[in-house]
Ligand binder design. Structure first.
Ligand code: ZN
Length: 131
């Protein structure tokens, strides 16, 4: 079993370090992701929601002895003059104030973009009626 420590330390064989939950654009809750990770025998996993770190504390509470190892994760959408990037980060303390501030800022940028798009749709297209 690769989840056990060997003389070389922890050597995971089955890992997934890029999973999204319902806290961003995933379809499964963190609890469902943990259950699925158990079912398929993952050794190590991370939930990397877009601009959200709420899954980490939930998984930490739900994990039992023998469960896959969990690493905190997050995905930030970034943009510069050369393009758009998705940057993944791992192993932070989700309760840390610096992490909370960064996530809140990124989340508000994301909401701002949604409001701009909705305003565009409202202005460019006539609302229709079902009558
Ligand atoms: Zn992603």
């Amino acid at each position: 079993m690769s989840r056990e420590k060997t003389d070389k330390g922890f050597c995971p064989e089955k890992i997934d370090l890029h999973i999204h939950s319902t806290f961003s654009d995933g379809t499964d809750t963190p609890k469902q992701i943990l259950e699925h990770a158990r079912e398929i025998g993952l050794d190590l996993f991370s939930i990397t929601d877009h601009d959200a770190v709420k899954a980490g504390p939930m998984i930490r509470k739900l994990r039992k002895e023998g469960d896959p190892v969990f690493v905190t994760g997050v995905e930030f959408s970034c943009k510069d003059e050369n393009g758009k990037y998705h940057i993944l980060g791992y192993g932070y303390d989700p309760e840390a104030q610096a992490v909370q501030s960064l996530v809140e800022k990124s989340h508000s940028f994301r909401l701002e973009k949604v409001h701009v798009r909705l305003a565009f749709l409202r202005d460019e297209f006539q609302p229709f009626s079902w009558k």
